[in-house]
Unconditional design. Structure first.
Length: 267
């Protein structure tokens, strides 16, 4: 049964979520009530009032994550928006290999990695491009998400591999474990470093990145939040670095990155 939420509780809850996690829900009252009603009941509350009050008072990370998992969609798959991986392989990788021929180190961040398909997919692209030279390069990818549940699945590296993955890759980078389930090989798994990170927090990693993938994440943010995040991303990339966003996302006209063709790719 879908419960109702008072105007005051809805305002408090959505303002808290936007302030702390950047997710804009003020115009999505029906979505909030429909997706959280079951959780309210599961947590032992008869209505939204005490649930919201205790959530904001205790700020229990596990309970907050349950709320965020209900309100957002951790949906991704291998080779999602294939054009991005083509551009990465055909344009970005040749550029980085030339640039770091001596250093042989590339820094990539998968921001909002969800269940891990994206950073593992990038690892496969890198290994395919570098070939026998791959072992001589440091290409470890930082993969972050706010959801512990999503990261736990990502670290396991077990998936039902879709047909979008080339057959040769399936044989080379996956090991069948049972039925339609496959595990990524150790060489792929070991190339990714998973870490919890809230994109609303200051970005203070020790290194700056050559490429940041942040796809289908900013769809939850309002424009000022997007602009602030993009500025933080820009400060976290090396000069000439790339920010990859999804087809459904756009940057402001005054964004610090310059657009390169096709329009979905940002540099």
């Amino acid at each position: 049964m879908i419960q109702t939420i008072s105007d005051e509780d809805f305002r408090k809850l959505t303002n808290f979520i936007q302030r702390e996690y950047g997710i804009t829900l003020q115009e999505k009252r029906q979505l909030v009530t429909s997706r959280l009603s079951g959780l309210v009941t599961e947590q032992g509350y008869s209505d939204f009032g005490p649930f919201v009050a205790n959530l904001l008072k205790e700020r229990d990370p596990q309970k907050i994550e349950l709320v965020l998992n209900r309100l957002t969609t951790n949906y991704t798959f291998f080779m999602r928006e294939t054009e991005h991986f083509d551009f990465f392989t055909k344009v970005i990788m040749p550029e980085l290999v030339r640039k770091y021929e001596r250093k042989r180190s590339i820094a990539i961040w998968s921001a909002g990695c969800s269940s891990g398909e994206e950073p593992y997919n990038l690892t496969m692209c890198i290994k395919e491009y570098l070939g026998l030279q791959a072992s001589k390069w440091d290409t470890r990818i930082l993969a972050t998400d706010i959801s512990q549940k999503a990261l736990a699945k990502a670290k396991q590296g077990i998936y039902e591999v879709p047909d979008t993955v080339p057959a040769a890759w399936r044989q080379k980078y996956f090991k069948k474990i049972e039925g339609s389930r496959y595990a990524v090989t150790p060489e792929v798994r070991n190339n990714v470093i998973f870490q919890t990170f809230n994109l609303m927090d200051p970005i203070r990693f020790r290194t700056k990145f050559d490429v940041i993938f942040c796809r289908n994440v900013m769809i939850y943010f309002d424009q000022p939040t997007k602009d602030a995040l993009v500025r933080r991303f820009y400060d976290a990339t090396v000069p000439g670095g790339y920010l990859m966003i999804s087809h459904s996302e756009n940057l402001s006209k005054d964004a610090p990155y310059r657009t390169v063709a096709p329009s979905t790719f940002q540099k």
